[in-house]
Design a protein around this ligand. Structure first.
Ligand SMILES: [Zn+2]
Length: 243
C-alpha cells in the first residue's frame, strides 16, 4: 500500500521514513488505516482527512495492498463541535486537558479563560481517562500518549515556548474570539467570583487597598485577584497570541 503524508505529518513518521512524503507500506496483517498510520509514527489526532481514490474514508477502514492513501493534517480552524467522518462524536465545547510536558501552556490557557484540566501528579492512563470522560481536548508533546485507546480529540504541541504554544492552539482551533481573560483561577481552574473589597480588606497590601476597587476571589483556593500590575502584561501577551 502507498501512503502519502501531506504537510507537516511527514516529520512525525518514525525512522527510517521520517521526512518522506511517500511511504510504501507492506501489509502483513489485517489492520485499520488508523493502526497503520500510528504504526508509522503519526498519532491519529494529527490527521484531518483520509482519502483513497478521491473518496474520504474513516479511521476504521481496512488498509488494502492496492490502495493509495492520502493522509492530510488538521486544517485550521478545526471545529471540534461539528461531527466529521473521522470524528463523528463531536465535543460540546472547547475545554482542554494538558499533559505535564506542556504545563506552562495550561496556565496560559487558564489566563485566556479556557477551562483547562492540569495536574502534575496524574498518570498517563488517568489523564487520558479524564480527558475522554470530560470531553476535553488532550494537549501533549508525547506522541504515545495521543495514540492511547479512547483518545479522539488531541493535539501534539509543536512549539517549545509557552507563549508560542498558546498561539499555536489558538490558531489551530480558531478560538481568539472566545478569550475571557482573567476570568479563571490560574492555580485551580475555577471561575472567579466577584468579592466586595470590604470583605477582604485585611488581606490586601496598603497600596492595593488604596488603588484598586474591583476584586475577584477563587471559590476553590480563596486566592484574591485584582487588575494589578500583571494585568497589562497578561493582556498584551494574550493579544500577541491571538493574532
Ligand atoms: Zn483557585
Amino acid at each position: 500500500m502507498i501512503i502519502n503524508f501531506w504537510g507537516n505529518l511527514k516529520e512525525l513518521l518514525r525512522p527510517p521514513f521520517r521526512g518522506q512524503q511517500r511511504v510504501a507500506y507492506e501489509l502483513t496483517r489485517q489492520a485499520s488505516v488508523k493502526d497503520i498510520i500510528e504504526a508509522l509514527g503519526v498519532p491519529h489526532t494529527e490527521v484531518g482527512r483520509l482519502v483513497v481514490a478521491g473518496r474520504e474514508i474513516s479511521f476504521a477502514a481496512p488498509g488494502a495492498d492496492d490502495d493509495t492513501l492520502d493522509v492530510y493534517p488538521l486544517s485550521p480552524p478545526v471545529d471540534v463541535t461539528t461531527p466529521t467522518l473521522l470524528r463523528p462524536e463531536p465535543l460540546p465545547g472547547i475545554t482542554f486537558a494538558v499533559d505535564m510536558n506542556v504545563g506552562k501552556l495550561a496556565t496560559l490557557l487558564r489566563m485566556a479563560g479556557f477551562d483547562t484540566l492540569y495536574r502534575n501528579d496524574i498518570s498517563d492512563p488517568d489523564l487520558v481517562a479524564v480527558a475522554v470522560r470530560e470531553k476535553r481536548i488532550l494537549l501533549s508533546k508525547d506522541t504515545d500518549l495521543l495514540k492511547r485507546k479512547g483518545v479522539a480529540f488531541g493535539y501534539l504541541v509543536r512549539e517549545i515556548h509557552p507563549e508560542k504554544q498558546l498561539a499555536e492552539i489558538v490558531h489551530l482551533f480558531g478560538i481568539r474570539e472566545q478569550f475571557k481573560p482573567l476570568s479563571r483561577c490560574l492555580r485551580c481552574n475555577a471561575l472567579l467570583l466577584p468579592v466586595e473589597k470590604r470583605q477582604i480588606l485585611d488581606r490586601l497590601e496598603p497600596l492595593t487597598q488604596k488603588y484598586y476597587q474591583l476584586f475577584q476571589r477563587c471559590p476553590c483556593c480563596d486566592r484574591i485577584y485584582w487588575p494589578g500590575t500583571h494585568r497589562d502584561t497578561m493582556l498584551l501577551m494574550l493579544t500577541r497570541c491571538g493574532t
